[in-house]
Design a protein around this ligand. Structure first.
Ligand code: KG4
Length: 389
């Protein structure tokens, strides 16, 4: 079985083709040897959004529209599934495709040519991220997925972006994961703690009440003049710090609260107030020390709350996912504390921590609750929750 997966929830356009090797997959169980990633193509918009210090939705939609068809061609070619069309096109169906893509005329124009040139690839299904995410971006990927599903006559599955991040660790070989597990999804748009009884069985037990952890990295990096994405930029500066001489201390928001929620917007304000107090302004020493303290504050809160949840729910594993899980200090701290508590610590490869379509395809293949649906029934939902399925 071969699945074409599409991811456009934020500022990365991803198309991946993933193949199930054996026909006997066990429901709710992922074995690395059971599937093969035939191609994994991602186009990042980071540079385009850099001047804004965050993702600008209208711009992100425009960039997805530009990137989707070239990525589709590239991934089909890499997977040896791109074949010339010798039969011509069905003009009646093309009219319907035009209707499906009425809000994405640029994609329609390219797709019409694509469908004329290339035949129906040998795939068994399409998977697309339906939420959570930025609405204009989600619609772009979903509309293309619907058009392809209709024209090629292959079923479509709508995938929850958060579930895909939770499962992204399985894209590389890992030891068998023991359940129950606590998953922490930390990205630019989400910070959530999820109790996971098994693959496909989730309960959202905590989330941010305002900014996500990645958003906090991005906003504080902007204050410090470090560009976007903020997480890697802050980490780079924090690593340069040798000695703390400026006495910078930031709060650890909601650290002692008896719940699993987070709040990161106060950190950004605290950075702004601290900077206002400094006559010297943003000296290199200040930027390094402040970056160190920002990274520490975020890591302290994320590890404390996640480990608390793991202890309270007697979790045997902690699973990380999302762009922020690429942070080396965060990974180090989680590994150390999980070892102390004898909890299995699972972190995705950094190439799969950020948004990618392989995790979407993997979820479609292995999550037991995912159904192939008629394309007409698929609709994006920007605030989709993991336990709403
Ligand atoms: O999952 P992702 O690629 O996109 C979504 O937001 O859905 O996550 C992007 C976020 C950005 O906020 C970025 O600053 C953060 O992940 N990030 C990092 C690192 N790499 C990316 N944060 C901390 N350390 C990193 N190494």
């Amino acid at each position: 079985m071969i699945i074409l997966a599409i991811e456009t929830s934020c500022d990365d356009t991803g198309i991946s083709i993933i193949k199930l090797q054996s026909s006997k997959k066990k429901r709710g169980q992922i074995n690395f040897s059971d599937f093969e990633i035939l191609s994994d193509c991602v186009s990042s918009q980071a540079e385009i959004h850099s001047p804004y210090g965050g993702v600008f939705p209208a711009l992100a939609k425009r960039e997805h529209q530009k990137a989707l068809l070239p990525l589709l061609i590239k991934s089909l070619k890499n997977s040896k599934l791109l074949k010339e069309n010798k039969k011509g096109v069905d003009n009646k169906k093309i009219l319907r495709v035009q209707k499906i893509l009425k809000r994405n005329p640029e994609i329609f124009k390219g797709l019409k040519e694509f469908l004329k040139k290339y035949s129906v690839p040998e795939i068994n299904g399409i998977a697309v991220t339906v939420g959570p995410g930025l609405e204009p971006c989600l619609y772009t990927g979903v509309n293309l997925a619907k058009a392809l599903s209709f024209y090629w006559n292959v079923p479509l599955s709508g995938i929850n972006h958060i579930e895909a991040h939770v499962l992204s660790s399985w894209l590389s070989p890992i030891e068998k994961i023991e359940f129950p597990a606590i998953a922490l999804v930390v990205s630019g748009g989400n910070t959530q703690i999820i109790l996971m009884e098994n693959i496909g069985k989730y309960k959202l037990i905590g989330e941010t009440r305002d900014d996500a952890a990645g958003e906090c990295f991005d906003k504080t990096a902007r204050i410090l003049g470090l560009g976007y994405p903020g997480g890697p930029a802050i980490h780079k500066e924090a690593k340069k710090r040798k000695k703390a001489v400026l006495g910078i201390t930031l709060p650890r928001p909601m650290f002692y609260d008896k719940n699993y929620d987070f709040s990161f917007s106060g950190l950004k304000t605290a950075v702004l107030y601290d900077l206002k107090k400094r006559k010297e302004g943003k000296t290199p020493q200040y930027v390094e020390e402040m970056s160190y303290e920002i990274e520490r504050a975020i890591i302290d809160v994320l590890t404390h709350k996640t480990l608390k949840a793991a202890e309270d729910f007697k979790a045997k594993s902690i699973i990380l996912g999302g762009g922020v899980s690429a942070n080396k200090e965060l990974a180090k701290e989680f590994k150390k504390r999980c070892k102390e508590k004898k909890i299995n610590c699972i972190i995705p490869l950094s190439k799969f921590s950020g948004d990618n379509a392989s995790m979407v395809g993997l979820t479609a293949l292995f999550s037991p609750h995912i159904k192939k649906t008629a394309w007409q029934k698929i609709k994006p939902s920007s605030n989709l929750k993991i336990n709403e399925q």
